[in-house]
Design a protein around this ligand. Structure first.
Ligand code: PBG
Length: 340
């Protein structure tokens, strides 16, 4: 009957009251039946890098499987997102170094790369949402998200430019404006600027709890801002020792008119995500950053991790923590997998 002495069984039954937790785990059907959190394609936001010129996708060395696409390639990606049921695509430009300057003026050019890509994607695939970052770092010669005076990143002067950047992007067809700059008061000012420009329907997903993190490294390579970055971003991005501050940031952004909030990076900040999701009860998103993606892919390339399993496990962890959705470079892969 059993390999164990009866006394062990008696002891276990006495300790558990006869409740055997493994009973529900014994079959695939029962595991599926009682699963509490499930990932779906509706949870995915797919970040895409766009570059000038035509031709083949240009691989990003530190992000295996991720490439910079031409505008035409972005249109193809939008079609792929539609076919895979991915609701939203986030666009990030690799700006030619010759177009970068002290104030990031190319960000305000309605004909810039991101605007051209957004227009082309919206025209070809109107049913897929487009999100654009509001921050100057892909456009500045110093790699910071705002304008500088000496060593300082100026808040109010930066917000003025960010408002114009947001309007230019919304007018190009961007549905979701994502302020990722962490300047104070930017959400309120951007909301007003959008409304004044007649873009009342543009949504704002605020990067509310955005930490000064080591996990953005590969992204900065992808958009070409890494080598240029002078110093770090700790005077505007959050200190990773803090959680109460994340609550205050989110409360502030919501009071200023954010429709959705975000926590970034993702996996090392699940506690923050869980707290914000519970505390505010608003659509709360997580960004599985480039560094998180690269860590998994590096281990996969060494044969140390099963990539598909690590991908599904990490993405489900965000759901468990309360995320409404996840920005992840795995989006097309996981959507394909879920389609079967
Ligand atoms: C721009 C921005 C960054 C990321 C998204 N928007 C980099 C940064 O703040 O330095 C990082 C995304 C990623 O690492 O995947 N402000």
């Amino acid at each position: 009957m059993t390999d164990f002495p009866v006394s062990i069984t008696n002891r276990i039954d006495a300790a558990t009251g006869g409740m055997r937790m493994r009973r529900l785990r014994q079959a695939a059907w029962s595991r599926r039946l009682v699963r509490e959190n499930t990932l779906s394609t509706a949870d995915l936001i797919w970040p895409i890098f766009v570059r000038e010129g035509g031709g083949e996708p240009q691989p990003v060395a530190a992000m295996p499987g991720v490439s910079r696409l031409s505008v035409e390639g972005c249109v193809e990606a939008a079609k792929r997102a539609r076919d895979l049921d991915i609701p939203l695509v986030a666009l990030f430009p690799y700006t030619d170094p010759s177009l970068r300057d002290e104030t990031g003026s190319e960000a305000l050019n309605p004909g810039n790369l991101v605007c051209r890509a957004a227009r082309a994607m919206k025209k070809a695939v109107p049913e897929v949402g487009i999100m654009c970052d509001v921050a100057l770092d892909p456009y500045t010669s110093h790699g910071h998200d705002g304008v500088m005076r000496g060593e300082r990143i100026l808040n109010d002067e930066s917000v003025e430019l960010l408002c114009q950047q947001a309007v230019v992007q919304a007018e190009a067809g961007c549905d979701v404006i994502g302020p990722s700059d962490m300047m104070d008061g930017r959400v309120a000012c951007i909301r007003h600027a959008l409304d004044d420009a007649g873009c009342r329907d543009a949504l704002i997903m605020a990067y509310s709890a955005k930490y000064a993190s080591a996990f953005y490294g590969p992204f900065r390579e992808a958009v070409g801002s890494g080598g240029m970055l002078k110093g770090d971003k700790r005077t505007y991005q959050m200190d990773y020792g803090n959680t109460d501050e994340a609550v205050r940031e989110a409360a502030q952004d919501l009071a200023e008119g954010a429709d959705m909030i975000m926590v970034k990076p993702g996996l090392p900040y699940l506690d923050v995500l869980a707290r914000l999701a519970r505390e505010f009860g608003v659509p709360t998103f997580a960004y599985q950053t480039s560094g998180e993606y690269s860590m998994i892919m590096a281990a996969v390339q060494n044969g140390w991790l099963d990539g598909d399993k690590a991908m599904l496990e990490t993405l489900t962890a965000y759901k468990r923590a309360g995320a409404s959705g996840i920005l992840t470079y795995f989006s097309p892969k996981v959507a394909e997998m879920m389609r079967g």
